[in-house]
Design a protein. Sequence first.
Length: 263
Amino acid sequence: MRVIIKADYQQCSKWAADYVSYKINRSHPNSTHPFVLGLPTGSTPLGMYQELITQNKQGKVSFEHVATFNMDEYIGLPPEHPQSYHYFMKENFFKHINIQAKNIHLLNGMTRDYEKECNDYEAAIRKLGGVDLFIGGIGTDGHIAFNEPGSSLSSRTRIKTLRYDTIKSNARFFNGDITKVPHTTLTVGIGTIMDAAEVMIMATGRNKAEAIKHGIEGSISHMWPISILQMHQHGIIVCDEEAASMLAADTIKYFKEIENHAS
């Protein structure tokens, strides 16, 4: 596991965006072999998206031959709903870059056949040769995508009922009205994420510190889904000082020394 510890949110966002651009450019994608990128929603990746938009406009990276697969979507929210992840991605990223619409993949929360939608999503990923880099955030309880504590560590894309704590937390996006928060979602599985050639998890803020501690120093457990990243050959955690605040001093020293030597 590679752990990048930066001073604050802005530095984490810049590092993550630079890494995404580096991986895309290094792969030399084309129309028949696109670079496949797994993407998250939420507040954590917004800074990264803003930096990638800037780099795209400056000609430092192109998304013309990049295919994307988002992690999840609420069931029952149409794409034009302001809190749907379709809407989030369009407004905060896709409409600002030179990505082709045919290369954008998001789960359809309005489908009537959840099993087919999930199976088709997995098939679409396989058809493109798998995800090259899957980016995600984590919840305070260590969940990745909507794979909450207790989720199978080998789970695939599926329908998922949300815990009350998650619904309560997400009410802030629905004007604080918990009754408006969907209780079910479609989400990629932990196994789906772990199949990617690389996985990069972003975490900032002191409220993510316990999850980061379990993810890096704890035992692998489905009660802390982030901990499965320890099993990935190319797993990266990008966090700020506050998110790393519960790690042992020796752990922080170890990872910082590695990065300082590498640079």
